[in-house]
Each structure stands twice: as structure tokens, then as C-alpha cells.
Design a protein around this ligand. Structure first.
Ligand SMILES: NC(=O)c1ccc[n+]([C@@H]2O[C@H](COP(=O)([O-])OP(=O)(O)OC[C@H]3O[C@@H](n4cnc5c(N)ncnc54)[C@H](OP(=O)(O)O)[C@@H]3O)[C@@H](O)[C@H]2O)c1
Length: 277
């Protein structure tokens, strides 16, 4: 059942980011009133005194923490913000989490125990990791160096994540208390993904696998704090060990259509100039 969304106000965190910007757009298109939140609007995950102003008067919120969902900072902030949201009447909370990430357990539990009408959306790796964010620079220079070996991953288009989040928000409680695993339609190695991007751009691109330890050392060399680099080494070693090399049917079950394919993503991102140096 889809409920009347005319009167629903949703706070969208991360509204300038990869998923939040699409969630805001899709929610507006569905008729929801969107309150976009990021540091530019005065909302700061690191400053709890900024939360009430963003939450007051909202009915629902899309929660996306800027650091990895499995980080201790995310656990603490998501739990505290969710409890405050419930107190202020913003009960329907949708958290973006990560599929097959053990480290995300405490953050998910902090949401579950907050008293909210919660839904957890567990997404696979974003296709847009290749076109927006830290992987772009290497690809623009012709080489992706990444600790993914030859593991296969069902990359998901963030536009599908947004559509799922809006279906949850407007679903009349159908998805309350549920964890939803969502992936793209096809398993690809990072080498195959880079080859797809190469075909879409017409540029020669190379994928160079390294170990998670080598990758962490490089990040630390660029100035990432040792603790953060260590967290990422652990994360990549576990997430990319083959445990997630399978499809989930969440997108089709929730949206009634197939997820967008990587080829479509690569063509559109190439046409938009994502990999122009
Ligand atoms: N990448 C993947 O494949 C993947 C897969 C599954 C789950 N996830 C999860 O997705 C999350 C990241 O989501 P995303 O990729 O959509 O985000 P993103 O593109 O990295 O953008 C981060 C957003 O958060 C805002 N932000 C940054 N610091 C902030 C702060 N202190 N207070 C308030 N807002 C802040 C940014 O806006 P301003 O800078 O303008 O404030 C921006 O809107 C992580 O928790 C990750 O674990 C990622």
C-alpha cells in the first residue's frame, strides 16, 4: 500500500552526496516535502546541537553517515540522532547500510533499539564509486589501483538505491522493521567494470590489483590517520573476500523492475564527462 505523501516531510541527510542527492530528487518527484541536510544547511553529524533544528517537524528521515556505516563514529551518531528523531516525532527512519559488512552491525543495532519505525537498506558497492569519489582520479589518469583482486561484485546504481528508499518512505509501514539487501543485476570483477568504462569512454584504462595492506599504506602515505587507514584495510579484506559475490533480489521485489545495469551507468557517466581528465 502506498500512502498519501502530500503531507510527509522527510529529512534527507547527505543531500549533496552520491545517494542523498538522488534520494532528495526521487522523494520530491514522489510528492514528498524534502528537507535537504548537509553541513552547508547547518546540519553537522559531529555536532548534536544542530540535529533538533533539522529534525523538528519532519515525519521521516533518510540517514546516511558520511564515514563508513561500520565506523564507531557512525554507530554513536546514528544511535543518538535516531533517539532524538523519535522524541521529536520523526519516527520513520531509513538507514543506508552496506551488504555483507559485519562492521555495520553495531550501527544497525543502534537504529533498531532507538524506538524508531526503522528500515535498513543494505546496498552493494555503488557503480558511482567509479565516477564520483576517490576512484575517479586514478581512472582519469588511466589506471585504477584497488585491493579487489578478481572478486566479483554486483555493483548497484545509486539511482536504484534512491528509488528503494522512496518506496520505503512511501510504503505505509510495509518495510518497517526490515533489512533490505539490494544489488545490481550482474556480477562483475573490478577488472571487468574498468573494461566497461574503457569501452564507454574510448580510453585505454588499466586495473591494477594490490593487497589491502598496500592500499592502506598508500592512503596513510597521503595523510589518512593510521586508525582510519587500518579500518579500511580490515573492511576491504573482509568485504572483498568473495562473501558478497552473489546477487540479491531486493530491487525487483521492492520496485517491481530490474535494477539498472552497469553498462547503462558507464555510458551515461561517460557522456556526462565523469572521466575527462
Ligand atoms: N560506497 C559504497 O559502495 C557504499 C555501499 C554501501 C553503503 N555505503 C555507505 O554510504 C555512506 C556514504 O554515502 P554517500 O556515498 O551517499 O555519501 P557521499 O557521497 O560520500 O557524501 C557524503 C555526504 O555527507 C555530507 N557530510 C559530510 N560530512 C558531514 C558532516 N560532518 N555532517 C553532515 N553532513 C556531512 C556531505 O555533504 P557536505 O560535505 O556538503 O556536508 C555529503 O552530502 C557510508 O556510510 C557508507 O558506508 C557506501
Amino acid at each position: 500500500m502506498t500512502e498519501n505523501t502530500q503531507d510527509m516531510t522527510v529529512l534527507v541527510t547527505g543531500a549533496t552526496g552520491r545517494t542523498g542527492s538522488r534520494v532528495a530528487r526521487a522523494a520530491r518527484a514522489a510528492g514528498l516535502t524534502v528537507r535537504a541536510a548537509s553541513r552547508g544547511t547547518g546540519f553537522d553529524w559531529e555536532d548534536p546541537s544542530t540535529w533538533a533544528g533539522a529534525l523538528r517537524g519532519a515525519d521521516a528521515a533518510y540517514l546516511v553517515h558520511p564515514t563508513d556505516v561500520g565506523s564507531p563514529a557512525a554507530t554513536k551518531a546514528v544511535g543518538a540522532l535516531a533517539r532524538e528523531a523519535v522524541e521529536l516525532g520523526a519516527r520513520r527512519l531509513v538507514l543506508l547500510s552496506s551488504r555483507g559488512e559485519d562492521q555495520a552491525g553495531p550501527t544497525e543495532e543502534a537504529l533498531r533499539t532507538s524506538g524508531a519505525d526503522w528500515t535498513i537498506v543494505r546496498a552493494s558497492w555503488f557503480s558511482q564509486n567509479f565516477s564520483e569519489g576517490p576512484l575517479v582520479e586514478g581512472l582519469c589518469q588511466g589506471e585504477l589501483v584497488f585491493p579487489a583482486g578478481e572478486v566479483r561484485e554486483p555493483f548497484i546504481d545509486v539511482r536504484d538505491i534512491a528509488d528503494v528508499v522512496v518506496a520505503v518512505l512511501t510504503g505505509g509501514g510495509k518495510y518497517t522493521g526490515r533489512e533490505l539487501a539490494i544489488t545490481g543485476p550482474r556480477l562483475l570483477t573490478f577488472r571487468e567494470a574498468v573494461a566497461e568504462i574503457s569501452r564507454a569512454t574510448g580510453e585505454e584504462l588499466v586495473y591494477t590489483p594490490v593487497t589491502a595492506r598496500q592500499y592502506g599504506d598508500t592512503l596513510a602515505g597521503f595523510g589518512m590517520p593510521a586508525e582510519e587507514a587500518e579500518f579500511l584495510v580490515d573492511l576491504f579484506e573482509s568485504l572483498l573476500d568473495g562473501r558478497n559475490a552473489h546477487l540479491s533480489d531486493g530491487v525487483r521485489n521492492i520496485l517491481g523492475r530490474a535494477p539498472r545495469d552497469f553498462t547503462d551507468f558507464a555510458r551515461k557517466a561517460a557522456a556526462a564527462g565523469a572521466w575527462k581528465a
